[in-house]
Design a protein around this ligand. Structure first.
Ligand code: GLY
Length: 420
């Protein structure tokens, strides 16, 4: 079959790498892709937020299946446009994608189905929001309702931080995303991510992972899109996974169906685990980045069968073949990230690294310039390894990092510390 993946980051490189290994895949195109993705798929220029353009591309290229990677095309209704045109696609409708695109919508769903989450309130004006945070005190969490490219959540440890977050959001610091603000109680505990395929009715877990959101070793410094991840996440024990499925995921899927917006695609449950129980922090409607890199490393070629079963409503009959293994990815970012950083700096040494079922460098922001590999983004490479133990996966990943000659890049040196 001919498959189109939408996106151009490390997540999409990992998805394309896994899909390309499946014999069902005859032709694989990734739009827009990147220099690493070009090693496993054809890359094509396409406005992936334009549903009509994506449908036209599918018709021209006889595409049988579309995998939508990031949240923006989902929120923009690209899955709806493909469904209307009769093109099979993996990813939720725009209505269902509100589980990521609106924090207040998700909290409403949680309240309606009894899913455990933090107590919350929503505001459209600064004055009552400020009065609320002053009455509640810190720590407290201030969230822009809409999509804000990872910048919309402030975990305020002091009242001054909370007041500043509320004031900034209502002053327009995040544009329309901050026109409504959700304020919720701080939840103590350890954060982890659980990925579950949903076909509107049935659900199938496809792995757990733990991200490292802060830029610096020891979880210090500003928040980022994620500086590394590993899978599985031991904190999500089988008992806690069962609790999450029974108390959070299945009730959410049932409530979405009841509202006439069945959820199909991957549900990424961000969870806070405290004293043996999980509560929902947030949903995302796509695979995590860099969590997808470790999930795909473990799932490999079966990924395509699972995504197809999900899109075709056949999850009840689908099974995941798990190996008792571990994967870990180290993100290499441009020096200065998540602040200002240079672009176009050369990266050498990648060609000498192994690329097999246990070692991969997934590219997030790279391009070829005059034949040389250069960095084009903030997060640039995901150096990923799989092994029998997490410790061995970590050693293999950092051994690959040591071979990469990129003076303008950096990475955290402690990915996996919590589990190890
Ligand atoms: N790594 C966090 C995310 O994908 O949202």
């Amino acid at each position: 079959m001919n498959i189109l993946v939408l996106g151009g980051g490390g997540r999409e490189h990992a998805l394309a790498w896994a899909i390309a290994q499946n014999p069902k895949c005859d032709r694989l195109i990734v739009a827009p892709g990147n220099a690493g993705i070009a090693g496993v798929a054809e890359c094509a220029a396409l406005d992936i937020l334009d549903g009509a353009a994506v449908v036209a591309f599918c018709e021209t290229h006889a595409i049988d299946f579309v995998v939508i990677g990031p949240e923006a095309p989902l929120a923009a209704g690209v899955a709806d446009a493909l469904a209307a045109a009769g093109v099979l696609a993996f990813g939720p409708s725009a209505a269902a994608a509100r589980l990521e695109a609106s924090k207040a919508f998700t909290k409403d769903i949680c309240d309606a189905c009894g899913a455990p989450t933090a107590a919350w309130a929503r505001f459209t004006e600064a004055a009552p929001a400020l009065a609320y945070v002053r009455a509640k005190g810190a720590p407290i969490v201030v969230k822009a309702d809409g999509l804000a490219a990872g910048k919309g959540v402030v975990v305020a440890m002091t009242l001054a931080e909370a007041e500043a977050a509320v004031t900034d959001m209502f002053a327009g610091s995040l544009g329309a995303a901050g026109a409504e603000v959700v304020i919720e109680d701080f939840m103590p505990g350890e954060e982890a991510s659980f990925f579950i395929l949903c076909d509107g009715t049935d659900v199938l877990p496809v792995g757990t992972a733990q991200d490292h959101k802060r830029v610096g070793d020891g979880d210090t410094g500003p928040n980022t899109g994620g500086m590394g991840a590993y899978s599985p996440a031991p904190v999500l024990t089988p008992a806690i996974q069962a609790q999450v499925l029974d108390e959070i995921v299945k009730p959410t899927v049932a409530e979405m169906a009841r509202r006439g917006m069945p959820y199909t695609g991957v549900l990424y449950a961000g969870l806070m685990i405290d004293r043996g129980r999980a509560r929902l922090v947030e949903y995302n409607v796509r695979f995590g980045d860099p969590e997808a890199q470790v999930l795909m490393m473990r799932l490999g070629a079966q990924t395509l069968d699972l995504l197809l079963a999900c899109a075709e409503g056949r999850l009840a009959e689908a099974r995941v073949n798990w190996a008792e293994d571990h994967a870990l990815t180290v993100v290499m970012a441009a020096r200065g990230y998540p602040g200002d950083h240079d672009r176009g700096t050369p990266i050498r040494g990648l060609d000498a690294l192994p690329e097999d079922s246990r070692h991969m460098v997934f590219h997030a922001g790279t391009a070829r310039k005059d034949g040389a590999m250069v960095a084009t983004g903030g997060r640039v490479l995901n150096v990923t390894a799989r092994a029998e133990t997490l410790r061995a996966a970590r050693e293999a990943a950092y051994a690959m990092v040591a071979e990469i000659d990129w003076p303008d890049g950096f990475c955290r040196s402690d990915i996996g510390w919590r589990a190890l």
